[in-house]
Design a protein around this ligand. Structure first.
Ligand SMILES: [Zn+2]
Length: 377
């Protein structure tokens, strides 16, 4: 019923091949839970017209939080991921998990109140953090820019404050989920690349986020770049992609040519203002990223590569470099219908993805089963 199309009991029996009594019991339970709602009547074939039911996205609400290094965006959404209310705040991640998560809990309560909803309406909380996260436990794993967060039990802290299940993932994975849900819901294979202070990727495979064994899949930034040379990376290795093609790496390289950009934002502004040297440097970064992505195309055969993060806003320079190498290096079968495009959800990719992560969880067959069983009990 998630597609929103109203259906009758007879249509559900036909679609599922289940027994009349099974469908009847199930529809009644979902109606009682509020997840289905009556939605008019179908045309009568004689006698009383059969009732139609549709998925009710307003049955519960979800909080999605995108916590960055210096700011956070928190959104309250319905079960379709439509934003009901949101709040952006300045927030320094180096203050540590207790202060940052207490602030998130306060914001969550305020958003619930502003929408006239209670904690009982809250189905779950999704959080994106700017560092590696062990997905099964929701604990950050040695995150470089988050002192004090290593191994911290983020789900326990937030769940104690808001009384709902909490799921945590890294920022790039939730951006991939958000862009996929909002713009490419019918695309089965998609790679989302974030190019900003760091470089990372979120992989959608067969319509689902592919996290790998521990949640580390897609960590493109520390792949050895073919032209990485001996550039020193923040991870301690030499020649990582991030060490030559991230925002700070390009800013540093331009400085040696006498061109001053304050940071990634400043670099984007230079390119947009028509600085040829800056545009050339960003295009070269696009080629370097393309070299690594060409390997990903061979491994994963995506239909769409989405380039996001602040550097994707530098006119077409970054995308042009990526396209040049990926289309040139991959085989025609893989690139024939491959689109390489800029992200469209912008600042909202993270919160939409965090909400999507929770919605996929709470509306999974297993979780619906748990919910209906607890109501029946
Ligand atoms: Zn590295």
């Amino acid at each position: 019923m998630r597609d929103g199309t109203p259906r009758t009991r007879a249509e559900l029996i036909q679609l599922t091949g289940l027994a009349r009594s099974t469908v009847g019991t199930r529809v009644d339970a979902l109606l009682a839970a509020g997840l289905l709602a009556p939605s008019g009547e179908a045309a009568s074939t004689g006698g009383r017209p059969p009732a139609r039911f549709a998925f009710n996205p307003r049955a519960r609400v979800v909080l999605g939080a995108d916590i960055g290094a210096t700011h956070s965006l928190v959104a309250l959404t319905d079960l379709n991921g439509t934003v009901i209310a949101e709040r952006a705040e300045q927030l320094d991640i180096t203050l540590g998990p207790r202060l940052v998560l207490d602030s998130l809990v306060r914001t969550g309560k305020a958003l619930l109140k502003s929408a006239g909803r209670t904690r009982q309406d809250l189905a779950g909380v999704g959080i994106g953090l700017p560092g590696p996260v062990e997905h099964s436990t929701g604990k950050p794993a040695a995150p470089p820019i988050m002192p004090g967060w290593d191994g911290y039990d983020v789900p326990a802290h937030v769940s104690a404050g808001l009384g709902a299940p909490v799921l945590v993932d890294n920022d790039v994975n939730i951006m991939a989920l958000g862009e996929h849900a909002a713009v490419y819901p019918h695309v089965e294979h998609l790679v989302f690349v974030k190019v900003a202070t760091g470089i990372g990727a979120g992989i959608i495979s067969s319509g689902r986020l592919h996290r790998g064994a521990k949640g580390a899949a897609g960590d493109l930034g520390h792949v050895a770049a073919p032209h990485g040379g001996d550039a020193l990376c923040t991870c301690g290795n030499l020649g990582c992609l991030e060490a030559i093609a991230s925002g700070p790496a390009i800013v540093k390289a331009l400085r040696t040519q006498g061109i001053e950009a304050s940071d990634s934002r400043g670099l984007v502004d230079l390119v947009r203002a028509g600085d040829v040297t800056a545009a050339h440097a960003v295009r070269q970064a696009g080629r370097d990223i393309g070299e690594v992505l060409a390997t990903c195309v061979s491994m994963l055969n995506p239909e769409v590569i989405v380039v996001g993060g602040i550097l994707a806003q530098s006119a077409e320079s970054l995308l042009a470099g990526v396209r040049e190498v990926v289309y040139g290096r991959s085989l025609p079968l893989a690139t024939g219908e491959l689109q390489i495009v800029a992200a469209r959800t912008g600042d909202h990719a993270g919160v939409l993805g965090a909400a999507t992560m929770v919605i996929q969880h709470v509306l999974s067959a297993e979780q619906i089963e748990v919910q209906l069983a607890s109501m029946a009990g």
